[in-house]
Design a protein around this ligand. Structure first.
Ligand code: APR
Length: 171
C-alpha cells in the first residue's frame, strides 16, 4: 500500500529516491525551486540538462542528482495559469503523472513533489492541490513500484490546503 505524506521545507534536503523539479521547457534552470535544485546540485546538472534538449509542458525527464542528497531529479514542466481555458488542469495533472510513471519505470520507491506551477506560473493553489492529489492517487493505482509520495510544501497556505484535502476521505 503506497503512502502520500506532506512535508514542509526545502525539497533539496530530502533523501528520497527522486525529487521533482518544477522546471521550464528549456530545462536550463530558473528561479524558485528550479533555481534551488540547480544551485544545490551543482554544475553537473545543467550540463546533463543541456543534452536533454528541453521538455514539453506536462512531460518529464530524469537526470542524476549530483550534489543533492536524493538519487535522481525528475524535471517536469507545469503549465502557466492563463485562466483555466487552455488545458491547464490536464497539463498540471500530467506533470504529476509522468514523473511517477518514470520513477516506476526506474523501479524507484519514493518521490517528492514541489507545488508545481503555483509559484511563478501562478496556478491557483487550492485547485492545483486538488488536481495533484487526484492525479497522484490515480497514478499510484497503476504504478506499483512507488511506495511513498511526499508533497513538499514551501508555505503555510499550501501546508494547510494539502493537510485539509488529504484528511478528507478519498472519493
Ligand atoms: N523547496 C520546495 N518548494 C520550493 C522551493 C524549495 N527549495 N523553492 C520554491 N518552492 C515552491 C514555491 O514556493 C512554489 O510553491 O515551489 C512551488 C513552485 O514554484 P516555482 O518554483 O515558482 O515553480 P512554478 O510556479 O512551477 O514556475 C516554474 O519558475 O523557476 C522558474 O524555471 C522555472 O520557468 C519555471 C517557473
Amino acid at each position: 500500500m503506497s503512502k502520500i505524506n506532506v512535508i514542509s521545507g526545502d525539497i533539496c534536503t530530502l533523501e528520497v529516491d527522486a525529487i521533482v523539479n518544477a522546471a521550464n521547457t528549456t530545462l536550463l534552470g530558473g528561479e524558485g525551486v528550479d533555481g534551488a535544485i540547480h544551485r544545490t546540485a551543482g554544475p553537473g546538472l545543467i550540463e546533463e540538462c543541456r543534452n536533454l534538449r528541453g521538455c514539453p509542458i506536462g512531460q518529464a525527464k530524469i537526470t542524476s542528482a549530483y550534489n543533492l542528497p536524493c538519487k535522481f531529479v525528475i524535471h517536469t514542466v507545469g503549465p502557466v495559469w492563463k485562466g483555466g481555458d487552455f488545458g491547464e488542469e490536464g497539463l498540471l495533472a500530467s506533470a504529476y503523472t509522468n514523473p511517477i510513471r518514470i520513477a516506476d519505470n526506474m523501479k524507484l520507491h519514493s518521490i517528492a513533489f514541489p507545488n508545481i506551477s503555483t509559484g511563478i506560473y501562478s496556478f491557483p493553489k487550492e485547485l492545483a492541490a486538488a488536481i495533484s492529489i487526484t492525479a497522484v492517487r490515480k497514478a499510484l493505482k497503476k504504478y506499483k513500484s512507488i511506495k511513498e509520495v511526499l508533497f513538499c510544501v514551501f508555505d503555510e497556505e499550501n501546508l494547510e490546503i494539502y493537510n485539509r484535502i488529504l484528511s478528507e476521505p478519498s472519493p
